[in-house]
Design a protein. Structure first.
Length: 177
């Protein structure tokens, strides 16, 4: 069936089988392999992406459920070659070891900061409760998200010397047979 959706600011029209999962569309059809599959059952959070800004498990969704909606994956966070503040803080705080959980962690944290730019530690832990990490022990991850929130706040309060450039979603359209 023909599916239209926007992924990381790019509009796609693509013919998909009705039972194709969203994670398979992203990884196999669109080549966005940053999104990882761990359990495939909604238990580990490694497949987390944003759907209209909210965190969802892409292993539990059909691709067609994203029709006419906006999907953001880890590849969509960096802007003009600059990593998102969450990505930078994960690196700086040593919150990445094997890295398998990291894209899902960051997308869940992104959804949290979209909704609440000033989360408490308890709120961060709650938002990431569905994301499992076998390496870090979570402490550095919580610290990274907290630091990203502080940096966002500081940036919002700082005077903005003409941030020209950014502005608006990418308008490119990709149409696949
Ligand atoms: S792969 Fe989706 S929750 Fe584990
Ligand atoms: S860094 Fe290895 S699973 Fe989290």
């Amino acid at each position: 069936m023909l599916l239209s959706l926007t992924v990381n600011g790019i509009r796609h029209e693509i013919d998909v089988p009705p039972a194709l999962r969203l994670i398979d569309l992203l990884r196999d059809e669109l080549g966005l392999t940053g999104t990882k599959e761990g359990c495939g059952e909604g238990e580990c959070g490694s497949c987390t992406v944003l759907l209209d800004g909210r965190a969802v498990c892409s292993c539990l969704m059909l691709a067609v459920q994203a029709r006419d909606r906006e999907v953001t994956t880890i590849e969509g966070l960096a802007q003009d070659g600059d990593l998102d503040v969450l990505q930078r803080m994960f690196v700086e705080h040593g919150a990445v070891q094997c890295g398998y959980c990291t894209p899902g962690m960051i997308m869940s944290a992104k959804a949290l900061l979209n909704e609440d730019p000033h989360p408490t530690e308890a709120q961060i832990r709650s938002a990431l409760a569905g994301n499992l990490c076998r390496c870090t022990g979570y402490t550095t991850i919580i610290e990274a998200v907290s630091a990203a929130a502080e940096m966002q706040e500081a940036a919002a309060e700082a005077p903005t010397p003409g941030r020209g450039g950014g502005g608006g979603a990418v308008a490119a359209t990709e149409v696949r047979p």
